[in-house]
Design a protein around this ligand. Structure first.
Ligand code: THG
Length: 366
């Protein structure tokens, strides 16, 4: 493939200088910003992520900030997850739905205080929808994208590295909690979260100029831990069943189809704009759902929808797939119709290089 032409519309991040110095080999565009996809090779990055510790430029996880007396009300309008029990210092994975119950995004929400929230978004222009709701409902809330850029530290040695830079207390953070930690005179939110199953943290770096000093400090402090620049790893995130908005699901899908029903409490999510629609569809239950798909044989890059078939019938699609070095099979994420979604159902996946045998699995690999 040719290179992406750089321009103002394809934003650099506060960490791009470090990413380039580390020898990045590929990018995608996510929230109009550069997201690294590979450093050494996707396989090498994968093995290293599972063995050591990586620093990820995930500044593309842009924040939509809600600030003001109506912030909590607006937040609950966006999601069918019941937020009444959420405390400051907590992160929630929240499906965001439109008035039809269609998925608009699947961010992590951070409650900074009753009247201040960050929505750490996946790849869609959620800001416009949130601004329109605030304006249309005449809410007393400011909505914008602050100068905040997440930097992730992921891998089994993440605690060790983070303690060296932020102090021992950082490792006391529980999963999906955040606290405030100092770095060179600035205070950043640090959460135990991240887009991998290897454990780790996300630092919400405020102020573009603070990006490279922190990047450099982490790289310096982790030398003996074999710290490397990394990025969300395609293989590892499929093994872990971490969904990719725009790939594995779109506005055409409900949270229940995406397997995100456990993050919905639609009955009690009073004010959610998609509530009525979701109550209607969830009465019957979804007729298709996300499944782990095991694929046989070699595979091309999954850069398009791969139809899933049973005989001559189309019964779903695979939207993410890769060869797994650890599990020694093709791993995939698919949307499968109810008639064929049971464990061990044998299917065919139509790749651009031809058909491959595929099997529905009960669970993801990690
Ligand atoms: N962290 C932050 N922002 C993000 C992502 C992130 N924005 C974009 C994208 N990732 C949003 N999508 C996801 C998908 C999965 C998870 C988080 C964000 C995730 N899921 C856990 C899981 O499925 O195992 C658990 C969630 C839970 O149990 O509450 O972490 O990664 N800041």
């Amino acid at each position: 493939m040719a290179v992406i032409a750089p321009s103002r519309r394809v934003r650099r991040t506060p960490f791009t200088d470090g990413v380039e110095a580390a020898g990045v080999k590929g990018y995608t565009v996510y929230n109009h910003m550069m997201l690294p996809t590979v450093f050494r090779s996707v396989e090498e990055d994968y093995h290293h992520l599972k063995a050591a510790v990586q620093v990820w430029d995930v500044a593309v996880e842009r924040q939509v900030e809600l600030r003001g007396p109506d912030a909590a009300r607006l937040m609950q309008m966006l999601t069918p997850r019941d937020l009444r029990g959420m405390l400051p210092g907590q992160c929630y994975y929240v499906p965001i739905v439109d008035e039809t119950g269609g998925m608009l995004n699947d961010p992590v929400a951070l409650k900074l205080s009753e009247d201040r929230w960050w929505i750490s978004i996946a790849d869609s222009d959620l800001l416009f929808w949130v601004k329109a709701l605030a304006y249309g409902y005449r809410l007393d809330v400011l909505v914008d994208e602050p100068d905040v850029s997440p930097l992730a530290v992921q891998g089994p040695l993440a605690d060790k590295l983070m303690e060296r830079v932020f102090g021992d207390a950082v490792s006391e953070l529980r999963f999906f909690r955040f606290g405030w930690f100092d770095f060179e005179g600035n205070t950043f939110a640090v959460a135990r979260s991240g887009y991998s199953k290897q454990g780790g943290f996300e630092i919400y770096v405020e102020g573009h100029a603070n990006g490279m000093p922190l990047w450099n400090a982490l790289m310096e402090a982790g030398k003996d831990l074999d710290v490397h620049a990394g990025c969300p790893n395609l293989i590892e995130r499929i093994e872990g069943g971490l969904l990719s908005y725009g790939n594995d699901m779109t506005r055409d899908n409900t949270p229940h189809e995406c397997g995100l029903g456990r993050f919905c409490s639609t009955q009690t999510a009073i004010g959610c704009v998609g509530r009525d629609a979701l109550l209607r569809v969830s009465k019957e239950g979804p007729t298709q759902q996300i499944r782990a798909i095991e694929i046989e044989g070699d595979m091309p890059v999954c850069d398009r929808v791969w139809p899933l078939t049973s005989g001559a019938k189309r019964i779903g699609q695979v939207t993410s797939a890769a060869m797994s070095p650890d599990f020694k099979v093709g791993v995939g994420i698919g949307m499968v119709r109810m008639t064929h979604w049971d464990e061990d159902t044998e299917l065919t996946v139509q790749t651009q290089d031809g058909p491959r045998r595929a099997v529905v699995r009960e669970k993801f690999w990690i």
